[in-house]
Design a binder for this molecule. Sequence first.
Ligand code: SF4
Length: 323
Amino acid sequence: MNETFNIHEYDHYLIMFSGGKDSTASFLHLLDLGIPISKIELWHHLIDGKEHRFMDWECTEDYCRKFADAFLVPIYFSWKQGGFEGEMLRNNTPTKETYFETPDGLFHSGGKGKANTRFQFPQLSANLSQRWCSPYLKIDVAASAIVNQPRFNGKKVLVISGERAEESPSRKHYLFFETDRADNRNGRKKRHVDRCRIIHHWNEKRVWDIIAVYKIIVHPCYYLGYGRCSCKWCIFASPSQVATSFALSPKQGAKIAEYEKQFGKNIHPGIDLGSYSSKGLVYEGVFQFPSIAAQAISRNYLLPIFCDNWILPAGAYKSFHNH
Ligand code: SF4
């Protein structure tokens, strides 16, 4: 912990809000710490861009919007034009523009970089230069949206993200507090930007406990049995997660499998997506809760955000890789 860090000293609190349990807990923790809601913004990066859905859950965008509405907190979406699929299919072209919503409307930046060719899925690696989805579709998008908004110039901004040490060996080494890459405190813009991983030291129980206290209905995927609310077809998904995603969205799965053939390279080294999926079992939640399954793959989230009788979802306490 940085000894000079005082969480109450910022003008803006930007929560990188995926719609998953950890970013939800980070937001609720800020409320518990007494940060005025008028200074908080939720920021969600649309992995697939604005139009179609290829890798991500259909309901996530609207779930995040309804969550923000329920707390009367603003939410701003940002995305790379063409999203995951567009970036994956780059063929001697620059990466596309970043679009970002702001209080003053929609803006865009970038899209004039070096030409490059991908034609492959992100590689399963902690190295972000190979696992291109996180940097190109989230980290760079956030940084671009901060540095291109003059409203942050001369202000103190705290970026909050929900990584926790217990999630993985690489996340264990992430810092609780550091200067954010969008910082310009010594430059012309005088934009002071720090990053705080506010629940870095929390265990999963503490995450579910705060969600239970606020009686939040979490993202539908958790009730189906997914342990993490990542992309529906996350490259790190276990065989059972992929089997469940195939059961929910067979056409999407077939399209991803077709791309593996086209690229001559699988997501999971040495095994195609269909064979990988056959090593797992479809989560029972899909059969037990067909209406939640339908909700998960709908662009409109119609369930409430709060409930009276909170229950722990089936996906709680599942190790990411083993179930
Ligand atoms: S959730 Fe998985 S597939 Fe989606 S951006 Fe993150 S690492 Fe990539």
